[in-house]
Design a protein around this ligand. Structure first.
Ligand code: GUN
Length: 285
């Protein structure tokens, strides 16, 4: 069996076109949706990510501001910038790129973002809302994974989903979203003694640990859906995920490639959250 590919670029194109239509409608009503992206320090990967986020915003007809600061910026200075953006009516979403330089408490900075502008979904208020099933922003990567399941017509209801990884950004919110969609959810992590024992029972596997070949063909139930959130490099420098793609694609029914799978969906869902925030702000005017 050879799995069908879940094309994150194709789905992103469709969703971003919908965002652009909504952005144009809001702009015509006098509210141009705006995203502020704050980068502190010189992390090369972060520089690429923030550039892509700002470009995606502009391509969708949204306003975007990129604020770049040296790693000498103090926590107090960053908190003051977040406060100013909280009070800026042209900004509907605020994203502080992680990781932050040493000496700045990321939790403190994220908690300073107004929850109604927390388009990353990282604020404790957003995490809490997700936990108790209230309305709030969902973290972009797991939200994108849920959209991919919807796109291929796989309803998690009654299925066994295994999430590998327990980060605040992906693993934990992914488990919550799957649970909310009525899946039976198992969360595995670095201290799970026999990972294959769990993954072999899974109808849906989400791999989100940041380590190559965490999931190999012998660990996958025939016909399972495999979503690969990993972003790693081979010895030759080629981009790859957490899943042994060539092996697993022969066993799974659906699989996301890396690149071109979950990756583009993260930015797409950031745009979706930002337009949502701008629409709420416009409705409240
Ligand atoms: N660093 C890696 N991924 C992300 C993300 O989705 N948002 C933010 N703010 N920082 C990140």
């Amino acid at each position: 069996m050879t799995a069908q590919l879940i094309d994150g670029n194709a789905l992103s194109k469709q969703l971003r076109a919908e965002v652009a239509t909504r952005a144009a409608a809001l702009t015509a009503r006098g509210v141009k949706p705006g995203l502020a992206v704050v980068l502190v320090g010189e992390n090369p990967a972060s520089q690429v990510y923030v550039r892509n986020k700002v470009k995606a915003c502009e391509d969708a007809g949204m306003h975007s501001v990129l604020e770049k600061y040296a790693d000498t910026m103090t926590e107090a200075e960053l908190l003051a910038r977040v406060d100013a953006l909280n009070n800026d009516p042209s900004i509907h979403g605020i994203l502080v790129q992680l990781p932050l330089p040493k000496g700045i408490d990321a939790h403190k900075v994220i908690e300073a973002i107004a929850p109604e502008k927390d388009v990353d979904g990282f604020h404790v208020a957003s995490a809490g809302a997700l936990m108790v099933g209230q309305e709030g922003f969902k973290p972009c990567t797991p939200y994108g994974c849920m959209k991919m399941l919807e796109f291929i017509g796989v309803d998690p209801k009654g299925k066994h989903a295994v999430v590998i990884g327990r980060s605040n950004i992906v693993g934990k919110p992914m488990a919550m979203l799957l649970l909310q969609a009525n899946a039976t959810v198992t969360v595995c992590h670095s201290a799970t003694p026999d990972l294959a024992h769990f993954t072999r029972q899974a109808d849906i596997v989400v791999a989100a640990v940041g380590k190559r070949n965490v999931l190999t063909a012998d660990m996958v139930k025939p016909g399972a859906v495999v979503l690969d959130v990993g972003m790693n490099r081979t010895e030759e420098g080629k981009l790859c995920g957490d899943v042994d793609f060539d092996g697993v694609k022969e066993v799974a029914s659906w699989i996301t490639p890396v690149p071109g799978g979950v990756g583009p969906m993260t930015i797409t869902m950031l745009l979706v959250n930002t337009i949502e925030s701008a629409e709420r702000a416009a409705a409240a005017r």
